[in-house]
Structures are given as C-alpha cells and as structure tokens.
Design a protein around this ligand. Structure first.
Ligand SMILES: [Zn+2]
Length: 378
C-alpha cells in the first residue's frame, strides 16, 4: 500500500514520511485512533515506504520487489499479529500464524480498512472474542532471532493490541524496550484505556484522528464513481469513519430497493394482478431472509407514515421527495378500517420469516390478504 492510497490523514502521513527520511524511526510506535480512521492502512504504507528500494519523493515506488511483496502482504520482513480464537478449522491452540491466509485475504478485500467485528465475521466466530496469545509472542521472538532477509527494517504489526493477553505482553516487554537493531514494532489500537499500561508506556504514541470530512467525501466519490453532491449527506454522518461510510451507503441502497419494490408490490395488490404478483413473490423469495425482514419492516414504517399523513401530521413524515409523493398517494387507502390489520400483516410476516416460513408462499399469502385490505372503505 502506498501513502497515496491512504484516505486523508495528511498530517500523520507527513510526520511518518519525515521520520523515515531523517532516519529517526522510533522502534516501538502505537497508532492510536478511532474505528475506520485508517490505522492499519497507515501502518502498511509506512512499512512499505521504509523498505522500498526506489522511493519517489514522499511515497514508495509501488513497483520494486519489496513494494510488490509488501502490497501482497507477503514481505518476509513484515509480520502480522492479530487476535484469533478457535474456529471450525483451528480447534485448539489458535495463534496468528495459523490464520495467515485468511488474514491476507481479509485485509486485501477491505483495502486495509478493517474492523474487529468484521474479522470475527470473516472467521465465522461472531459470538467469540479473539485474543493475542503468549504463543503469538513466542513466535515474534523466534522471528526476531533471524536477521532481516531482504528489507532494511524488520517490522512487526500488532493489530488491536487491546486484545493482547497479559502473558503475551509480559513476554514482549523486554523486546519493546530494547529491540534488536533495525526492528520496528507498530501497535494498532482504538481504546487507549483498554491497553496494558506496561505496553503503553513502552511505545511512542502516534495519534490518528478521524478522517477529515472532505477527504472522506472525495474517497467515497472515487470508490462508488458518483458525484460528491450525492454522497455529501452520508459522508457527514460517517463522521470520519470509512467503515461507517461504507455501511451507511449500503443501507441507503437497501432503502432505495425497498422503496421501489414496495411501490411495485402495493400497485400489484391494488390492481389485484395475481399473475404478476406470483412473479413478484418469486423475486422477493430470492433476496434472503434478512432483507425480507427489513422489507416488511419498511412496509410497517410506510403504514405509520400514511396514518400520520391522514391525520394531517405531514411535518412528522421525514421522507425524500419520491417517497413522500408515494406516501401521499397511498395514504388514502390506509384508513381506520384496515390500518391495524395492515400493520399486523407486516408484523406477522416478520415473525413467520424468523420461524423459517417458505418465503414465496408467505409473500403470496400476504399479497392476497393485502388485496382484500386495500378494498376496505373507511
Ligand atoms: Zn518500492
């Protein structure tokens, strides 16, 4: 990863670059900052820059053999330590080196913007907590007993040192204090108060702030190939957290999907068009249970908004233009004679999906009930 690929963080980058150029690299540094700010990305860019053999001014070249290996996370002098736990594959004594392949894939897919919960999801262990074990520390000590193979620096990147077990920390304290020559420890963390003080006191702190709004917005526009004007709202809400920006964008896309499909569904129910409803239900059956649930929850929200609209409480209905227009057209069909049943129908649908009902049958059944409800006059 080159520094130019790290989102924003101009101040941190220039300080790291300057320290490398001046040869004043502190041997144990802690990159401390909030989720989604790019700590791992900065660490990877720094490691690549330190070992690049063809630096171009303020960035690594990206093409020398050292850069190519760094970018692929297979540089023999850049090592990674991260929290692990038992999984289907590793049934006992987990440690970082047993998950090297998964780690590389995970970091590459996220372009180095990754979070701890995502890592647990990736490993398929949602309900367990990972740890950096004493075994990991022993492996670091073993690796450091060899000379650097190719690079100028031997670099160990510890990801999420909040998870460093005290027994692992105790093994590492001496190394953090007096590391072998040309060795650099980069410790990455988010919660300062969860880090062992013995470790904290032995590292030089590099504070990584939230990504600046303008930098985040520009990165989003580039990533999604959209105009900045269309993303401004999301970029502001993400508050300098790249992972949150991606999550908000994907959710907004789901909302759009729900709106268009819901509009279509209600039109078909209103017309009582059974052949097309069959096709519609087959399509909804294919989107997966979680999406089906949020689709029905969206419907529930729509009925609530219609009721507010009917009671001339439009100011409480906060919707973008297209949705507001649909709600005002739809709301006359929601009345005191059917609104409770409509809401109940959506709630029952959600419960049935949770109980693994056959989705196509469930949605067809719901559609037929909805056709009847829409015909009830107040
Ligand atoms: Zn290079």
């Amino acid at each position: 990863m080159k520094f130019s690929e790290v989102i924003g963080q101009t101040d941190v980058k220039s300080r790291l670059i300057q320290s490398a150029k001046d040869g004043r690299v502190s041997h144990a540094q802690m990159f401390l900052g909030p989720s989604g700010s790019g700590k791992l990305a900065l660490a990877l860019a720094y490691a690549q820059f330190l070992n690049c053999t063809g630096r171009l001014g303020d960035d690594s070249c990206g093409v020398c053999p050292s850069c190519v290996k760094s970018a692929r996370l297979i540089h023999p002098d850049i090592h990674f330590v991260y929290p692990t736990t038992t999984t289907k594959k590793v049934k006992k004594d987990p440690e970082s080196k047993l998950f090297a392949e998964e780690w590389r894939q995970f970091v590459r897919e996220g372009k180095a913007y990754v979070g701890l919960n995502q890592w647990y999801d990736f490993l398929g262990v949602e309900n367990k907590q990972g740890t950096i074990f004493a075994r990991d520390a022993a492996e670091v000590i073993r690796k450091l007993s060899f000379k650097a193979y190719e690079g100028k620096y031997k670099i160990i990147i510890f990801w999420m040192v909040e998870k460093l077990h005290i027994s692992a920390a105790n093994k590492l304290l001496k190394l953090l204090e007096e590391p072998p020559e040309n060795t650099l420890f980069i410790l990455i963390a988010e919660e300062s108060d969860q880090i062992l003080t013995t470790v904290k006191s032995r590292t030089f702190q590099v504070k990584v702030p939230r990504i600046a709004d303008e930098a985040l917005l520009a990165a989003m526009a580039d990533y999604y190939q959209l105009r900045t004007a269309d993303l401004k709202h999301i970029a502001m809400m993400a508050h300098g957290d790249w992972l949150e920006a991606l999550r908000l964008y994907e959710n907004a896309e789901d909302e759009k999907f729900h709106f268009h499909q819901y509009q279509q569904w209600m039109r078909l129910c209103f017309k009582g068009n059974v052949p097309e409803l069959i096709d519609f239900c087959a399509m909804i059956a294919g989107i997966g249970r979680e999406k089906q649930k949020s689709f029905l929850a969206y419907g529930l929200q729509l009925f609530r908004n219609s009721i507010l609209n009917n009671h001339h409480l439009q100011s409480l209905v906060r919707l973008p233009g297209e949705e507001l227009e649909f709600t005002s057209k739809f709301s006359p069909f929601v009345n005191s004679g059917n609104m409770l049943q409509m809401a109940e129908l959506m709630e029952e649908g959600i419960r049935q999906i949770e109980r693994n009902a056959h989705p196509q049958i469930l949605f067809m059944d719901t559609s037929l009930k909805m056709i009847k409800l829409l015909r009830i006059k107040p």
